[in-house]
Ligand binder design. Structure first.
Ligand code: DC
Length: 232
């Protein structure tokens, strides 16, 4: 009998971290990989988005770190994995669609620069993924949330390709496409240059550049990495 943990041995539940910039394809790959493995997919960005929404609704300043931390502490932010992806609940309200809108996207990026907010988020994310059997995606999963994740993937793509994908995903008209592309670039810059846990690949992450790869090819590569780990 094969006692070795493997893809056929569901006892071993890995933590898979997928990080990378917006538009690299993280969400789709994380979701598809989780489904293949029978794991839970957690979109950490949705938590920052939920807090961004709350800040908008409560008219909190995006600059006021202490006020934002208080807001987070007084909120119930939950990710509910479903077969179609994560449902995001803010104080019991389903905000899954609302948090994808442009104003919330901007707010999420702005609230996520604050170290105290990040520490609060990271602690929640660690609780959620502690049991393993999880594919968590974000910006700092392999560096801060799970520095000992079993598999770390940094999914990158050329900025022009990422902008193009966003345009297509969101079926944007030409007149708004340019400003959305500019916002994506600005968010990228903020994510990569912030002092607290900037977006970088963990030293032990496998970098996959999806610029010229199809979704199935990226998924196959990710699956390969999981299989390698399971047969260690
Ligand atoms: O992945 P996303 O676009 O939904 O993330 C929204 C914002 O949250 C993004 O601007 C960066 C931030 N974020 C973060 O700082 N750390 C994470 N682990 C996930 C997202």
């Amino acid at each position: 009998m094969n006692e070795k943990p493997g893809i056929d041995n569901p006892q071993r539940k890995l933590i898979v971290a997928i990080d990378g910039p917006a538009g690299a394809g993280k969400s789709t790959i994380a979701w598809r990989l989780a489904r293949k493995l029978g794991y839970v997919n957690l979109e950490s960005g949705a938590m920052y988005r939920a807090l961004g929404l709350k800040a908008i609704e409560q008219d909190a300043s995006f600059e006021d770190e202490d006020a934002l931390l208080k807001l987070a502490e007084g909120s119930r932010i939950r990710l509910e994995p479903t077969i179609g992806g994560n449902r995001t609940l803010l104080d019991g309200r389903d905000v899954s669609s609302r948090i994808r809108e442009r104003d919330v996207t901007e707010a999420a990026s702005r609230v996520s620069v604050h170290p105290k907010v990040r520490a609060w988020m990271v602690a929640r994310q660690q609780e959620m993924g502690a049991g393993g059997g999880v594919v968590m995606e974000g910006r700092d999963i392999g560096t801060k949330v799970f520095p000992h994740a079993d598999v770390k993937i940094f999914l990158d793509a050329d900025p022009v390709v990422r902008e193009q994908r966003r345009m297509e995903q969101q079926k944007l008209k030409a007149e708004v496409a340019a400003s959305v592309a500019a916002e994506l670039r600005e968010r990228d810059r903020r994510d990569r240059t912030r002092a607290a846990s900037p977006l970088v690949a963990a030293a032990d992450a496998v970098v996959i550049d999806s610029s010229s790869l199809g979704e199935d090819e990226v998924l196959a590569r990710a699956e390969e990495l999981v299989k390698e780990k399971l047969s260690d």
